[in-house]
Design a protein around this ligand. Sequence first.
Ligand code: PAP
Length: 330
Amino acid sequence: MPQSPSLPKYLQDDDISQECSDLLPSLQCEQGWLGASLHLYQGFWVGPRHLKGVLACQRHFRAQDTDILLVTTPKSGTTWLKAILFTLLNRTKYSGSGSQLQHPLLSQNPHDLVPFLELNLYIEQDVPDLASLPPPRLFATHLAYQSLPQSVRDSKCKLVYLCRNPKDTCVSLWHFTNKLRPKDRGENSLQEALDRFCRGVSLFGPYWDHVLGYHKVSSETPEKALFLKYEDMKEDPRASLKRLAGFLECPFSEDELRDGTVDDILRLCSFDSLSGLEVNMSGKLASGEENKAFFRRGEVGDWVNYLSVDMAERIDRVVEEKLHGSGLRL
Ligand code: PAP
């Protein structure tokens, strides 16, 4: 039965391909955070609309050696790192007093500037024309490593991975999805959200499998994948940005280090700067989410204001158990 056209696009789960409809009945299914279904595909939970994008992108995306792919678990700072990567890679074009061009971040949300492969480009069209984009092409994805299009793994394209403390990730996802749920579906309680998260049923989760997949790639092939943590970026943003620039082979020159370019990028992309822009206070993405939903507190450790001691211990126990032996601490 077709869904109401008044539903925002991100909730319209009936506009899916035949291939997707054929596949869905064979996949394990759970109720998701937005009230609609989530399906376990290649070990990770996705909604029907996302599955359409995942299948199309796996089949049609051809990575180039110069591509840069930002990969994140949802709510780990994607919006922030999209802004930083865009600004870093375009810094000569827009920065400095000589530039006549207004910076795109002042009028566009970071998600409009750095599209997701499976959530934007390959949902809008089966085969978007991406070949003519100038290098380096910058895309984002929430896909798990084993679900990436084969060409991403085979090419020399670079992966920038960002994750975040699981308790903050869970609380952020809880707030975000409650904001996005239609009013008539009510809100998820924190207990429900926590149960789902700890069972691994979160968008593109299980959280720990996602993180471990990229941690392994980054440990084994550091030139392929850079593994970043939100908390480290918050603690020492300058060092993180310099590390990122080095990894992407566009290090800051001596002049740039002297003239404040690093701080300019960080200031422009900061929570206060982005969240205060008109476009992010009142605009919407093409997929229907309000831009302001991507800016809440932007702090480390905000979970403490929401999770009881028992709740926090439950997440810690699950995650510690799953990460055991990996050398990774979150
Ligand atoms: P996505 O994965 O759905 O795109 P994402 O951007 O990762 O979302 O999540 C938003 C989180 O990043 C929010 O965290 P919070 O709920 O704990 O507050 C949001 O506030 C935070 N965030 C957004 N922009 C910035 C920024 N410029 N600096 C730091 N944190 C930010």
